[in-house]
Unconditional design. Structure first.
Length: 209
């Protein structure tokens, strides 16, 4: 079963409170989400494998460590996931970025892919799927499923806030995927919004309704 990682770092929790506040406007919301994504990325990348290389400092030669193994890929779920990409790229500028766009079919309520553009070597990369909200889990589960269809086997999910229902869905559909969140909220309301949550992340990012 994939692990659930809840990041309780004081800086993350402080910024999360500001993000939740309905008085926080789009500019501040974008800046805060970017900052929290960077802080979360520090933990998401904690288990990256290392290897030793020989280098020469101004004083002597020495062995030092660099990241080894699979290269990273960042896959935002459109559109709100875009708000977390730059925060991760600050940590790993060499990471490649793919995009997955989904909408919910009004009749079946199932997620339908309308856009998918991935690095050519995506199946060779360790992927971080990003989406601020893990509500029902339907979109995130579908996005992970699409990546697996492309042959991807190393996938993590990073979200700002999750509902218990969304966590349960991912753990059921993709037990091999670790989930990283800043908070697990109380529940979903009748409209599928996380309570207390922060509202619609995409609308708050881009000032739309």
């Amino acid at each position: 079963m994939g692990k659930l990682h809840v990041m309780d770092h004081p800086l993350i929790q402080h910024k999360l409170t500001l993000i939740r506040d309905k008085e926080t406007g789009p500019k501040e919301f974008r800046e805060l989400l970017d900052e929290v994504a960077t802080l979360m990325g520090y933990e998401v990348t904690r288990d990256l494998p290392l290897t030793e290389v020989d280098i020469e400092t101004p004083v002597s030669r020495t062995k030092s460590k660099v990241i080894a193994g699979k290269k990273l890929g960042i896959v935002p779920v459109l559109r709100a996931g875009l708000g977390m990409v730059d925060g991760l790229l600050k940590l790993v500028p060499a990471a490649r970025v793919g995009h997955v766009g989904l909408y919910r079919d009004p009749e079946t309520l199932n997620p339908v892919e309308y856009y998918c553009k991935l690095p050519a070597d995506v199946f060779e990369r360790q992927l971080i799927v990003v989406d601020p909200m893990l509500a029902t889990g339907g979109s995130a589960s579908a996005a992970i499923g699409f990546l697996k269809e492309y042959g991807c086997t190393s996938i993590k999910l990073m979200c700002l806030i999750a509902a218990p229902e969304g966590i349960e869905r991912i753990q059921k559909d993709h037990p091999d995927v670790d989930i990283y969140v800043s908070a697990v909220d109380e529940k979903l309301n009748d409209h599928g919004y996380i309570v207390p949550g922060l509202g619609d992340a995409g609308d708050r990012l881009y000032g739309t309704k």
